[in-house]
Design a protein around this ligand. Sequence first.
Ligand code: VGL
Ligand code: ZN
Length: 211
Amino acid sequence: MRSADDVLLLVDLQYDFMPGGALAVAHGDEVVPVVNLLAKGFGHVVLTQDWHPAQHVSFAANHAGRQPFETIALPYGEQVLWPTHCVQGTEGATLHRGLDVPHARAIIRKGHHTDVDSYSAFLEADRTTPTGLAGYLRDTGVKRVYCCGLATDYCVAWSALDARAAGFEVVLIEDASRAIDLQGSLAAAWTQLAAAGVTRAQSADVERGAV
Ligand code: VGL
Ligand code: ZN
């Protein structure tokens, strides 16, 4: 078992991001067994759940004449318009039933404000509204955050960057994550992550305690 300083943060392992889902991430389901094995090594596991109201500003369907994957300007910056996904209480928003993490302590739901998206598990897209996760992790003695899940280049990357900004050491576990990769977003994310000091790791190295 790893140190009590360490948390495993499992991002958005929900049916809408799995093959066949509304915003499917290619091979997203392949991370479930990888994550299950990783989780056995951590005493502290936290999950996130993308959790939008039906009228959410990030849904293309809520903008007349707009299509998924176009971008629009919102008061807080550029927003990708997504297919309707992870609507509160729906099957698509449910965590994958193959997840074997009974010891997970907390689930952070994000993206619940109608007018603001939240890729990050820490800070909403207005870059000012906290989810409370940084405070929770500090209060429970966490120093290092191991991030993985869906999608590498959106919710996992933004969560990793914000965890760094909040003062945690951060490791992103690449093979326990899968990407959307819109217009070079995956390469851009890795560049930003490296510049921010996020460690890029593979699950086998985390499991044997090398990272
Ligand atoms: C995500 C786009 C929209 C993610 C969530 O989990 O990466 N991406 N909502
Ligand atoms: Zn979303």
